[in-house]
Design a protein around this ligand. Structure first.
Ligand code: FES
Length: 170
């Protein structure tokens, strides 16, 4: 197993950077024996290094472990921990739980979607933002709640949501 202390910050590599992905994968795979039970640890490591699981990486892992590609894709899509598309540098989570819904979270989400030009579950093409929804953040007294990266914002209004994005962009 690789030494966790040597893990670098995830760096999102796009499919068009295929050469780099291949190089990074070879480095990663050189730490493993090639046995089937390494599938999940390898996928975790690939995601840690690349920031997500590109299709090319899953194909390469299948070849390395002598497994059908469908098995590797099956594991990659089954576990919520694995991301198949790149995640933005900033993650915006809008709470859609009941308390937040009652206090207008749909409007906040709509404002975020409008400002970012994407829908919930998507990432901006420049990889700056990912927009997600959460069921309940556990801070219902602050509803409606938005979490930008690790920062919790309570009693958010549409104008405040817009302002929040401008601040994150700085
Ligand atoms: S419903 Fe939004 S924090 Fe609980």
């Amino acid at each position: 197993m690789p030494n966790p202390s040597t893990v670098q910050d995830p760096q999102v590599l796009l499919p068009e950077q295929g050469g780099n992905i291949e190089e990074r994968l070879n480095e990663i795979l050189s730490s493993y024996q090639g046995s089937e039970d390494e599938l999940i640890p390898i996928l975790q490591r690939v995601q840690q290094v690349l920031g997500y699981l590109p299709e090319a990486a899953m194909k390469r892992v299948a070849k390395f472990l002598h497994l059908p590609e469908s098995t590797v894709f099956g594991v990659g899509t089954f576990y919520a921990q694995f991301k198949l598309v790149p995640t933005g540098r900033n993650t915006i989570r809008v709470c859609r739980g009941t308390a937040c819904h009652v206090r207008g979270s749909a409007k906040i989400l709509g404002e975020m979607e409008k400002q970012l030009g994407i829908r919930a579950g998507e990432t901006t093409p420049d990889l700056e933002y990912s927009l997600e929804t959460i069921a309940c953040f556990g801070s219902c007294a602050l509803a409606p709640v938005v979490v930008t990266n690790d920062k919790v914002h309570g009693r958010v209004t549409a104008p405040k949501a817009k302002e929040m994005l401008n601040k994150e962009a700085q």
